[in-house]
Design a protein around this ligand. Sequence first.
Ligand code: HEC
Ligand code: HEC
Ligand code: HEC
Ligand code: HEC
Ligand code: HEC
Length: 481
Amino acid sequence: MVKFTQIVRAFINGIARSKLSLVGATMTTASFPILLIGILLELFGVIHNQYFGFVLYMFVAPAFIIGLVLIFLGLFFFKGKEDVSVFTHEYLSEKLSVPENFIKVRKLIFLATSLTFINVFVIILLAYTGYHYTESNEFCGQLCHSVMEPEYATYSNSPHSRVKCVECHIGSGAQWFVKAKLSGTRQLVAVVAKSYATPIETPVHGLRPARDTCEECHRPELFHGDKLYVKDKFLSDENNTHVQTVMLLKVGSGGYQGSEAHGIHWHVAEENRITYTHSDWEREEISQVTLTKPDGTKVVFDKHDGAVPPEQQTYTREMDCVDCHNRPTHIYKTPEDAIDEKLLLGAIPTELPYIRKIGYELITREYGSHEEAKDKIATELRAWYRLKYPGVVNNNMPMLDKAVSGVQAAYLENVWPKMKIGWNTYRSLRGHQGNSGCFRCHDDEHETSAGETISMDCDACHIILAEDEANPKILETMQGI
Ligand code: HEC
Ligand code: HEC
Ligand code: HEC
Ligand code: HEC
Ligand code: HEC
């Protein structure tokens, strides 16, 4: 007759006999307490270290699960088999045939269920906290620090700094979840193997269609009206003269409550499906644009002299938010915008003669690293003012110090030599910088067979009320001055 204690012993023997199970048991026993305490510390927010979660979920948790699997394999398929499965079979058939012994069987079942229960509980806890961990900003943006530093820094300075990375990069739904985890795993490997591209390639061709993600929060078909757009600039003269461009941007709507789609957001209307063919990875060279109307009629705009040789590969894409808002959060400024913003905010004092000119010159030089840039900007700027304006700076050292940190910041927030991100590596498509952006299609060169073109008329998108004027009248009128 087989005793209950014997079956426990058989399990232990089985584990001891099979090397596989032994390794598994060691892994599980060692990782279990670390895991449990670690998860609790994480859940209650005791530990805020980005590496803690990484070690916990990427090493300890897999060790625990692999350990369990090894124990099981060893016991039922390898050496431990003789001890356990034969034994269990014998034990059960013996006990089940004698009604008085049912209590023993119950004990065994109780033991087995509680062990399973504990394991299942830990695994569910793991799945839950591990899932939240891999969806967190710290995992996406901070862990691979040097690689993601530019994306994280620009994101943190942007209007979307409260939106989690995953809300744009993954969105909801199981299909994209799986895709994202697979590509995430690939990226982790790339970071470890240092096989990632510098700069990180963009546009991100695997990005989920933006309408699925952006429209969780935004409704561009709503009427946004005309948006007053004021752009502040500073001239490179002695006084760093402040000038402004003022215009009305015709943002419009995608058709809302009976109003017709119009203005810039006309493209996102339900009834306007726009696809385009481009011949380069960057989507700059657009050879054909097709507008499909709800009744199925197509309007095709071809760029004749930009015709692609038939052997060259082309790509087709449906236009969405990211064809204009490609930089909603990873916003890299142009050097002009970067320095002008610091002047406008007062981070660089405008009283310092020629600071716009010298600052701009310094930030557009090539530096090997952030440290080098900081050093050189500081020494050069100080040297220049000591030489040219000793009177101004000797009486006001704090002003020069402020200017130094302002100019440094303009550089540090936009350029990362380590990731080969220079000025204009990642350009915005929202306007028409350097004939890109809107002018990829709106260039009067994409024509239908009837000779209609996609308009390049300056007033189609905005009405310019003042251009590079100091104290524009229109703003004074609006402010009632
Ligand atoms: C508001 C939406 C949004 C949020 C939030 C967001 N991203 Fe992005 N991200 C984008 C878009 C859009 C692109 C570029 C699309 C394109 O041009 O292909 C992008 C591009 C990237 C790229 C490729 C490099 C580049 O700049 O083009 C990386 C890497 C990246 N994001 C990482 C992150 C990380 C890490 C976070 C969180 C810290 C994050 N993103 C948060 C929308 C977002
Ligand atoms: C989780 C919600 C959320 C998602 C997803 C999201 N946004 Fe936003 N977005 C916001 C919020 C909130 C603001 C306003 C921020 C503020 O004004 O402080 C904003 C602001 C904006 C603005 C105005 C920015 C400005 O300069 O004033 C634009 C444009 C925009 N989002 C585009 C996008 C695009 C394109 C996407 C998809 C790639 C997207 N958003 C995804 C929440 C979201
Ligand atoms: C054809 C280019 C284009 C497309 C496509 C486009 N937008 Fe815009 N959108 C603009 C421009 C230009 C502005 C005005 C500048 C700004 O506020 O960023 C704007 C403004 C906005 C604003 C701010 C409105 C305000 O009142 O301040 C939001 C939010 C926005 N867009 C979201 C979206 C979303 C979401 C999509 C995709 C469904 C989208 N846009 C598609 C060009 C576009
Ligand atoms: C992929 C090509 C493409 C890009 C990029 C593009 N557009 Fe368009 N846009 C079109 C097409 C096609 C039309 C329809 C032209 C027509 O029917 O005559 C259009 C029409 C318009 C209209 C007129 C809408 C109306 O009321 O009829 C405006 C305004 C406009 N675009 C603004 C913009 C702005 C601003 C940008 C850049 C931020 C931009 N577009 C980028 C393809 C594009
Ligand atoms: C297809 C739409 C479209 C057309 C056509 C267009 N623009 Fe623009 N333009 C824009 C948008 C959108 C912006 C805003 C860019 C931004 O959000 O930063 C802009 C910005 C500008 C600015 C301010 C840029 C700056 O940073 O100083 C000027 C100046 C300008 N446009 C001039 C023109 C002139 C001149 C024409 C005619 C040749 C023209 N635009 C045609 C869409 C258009």
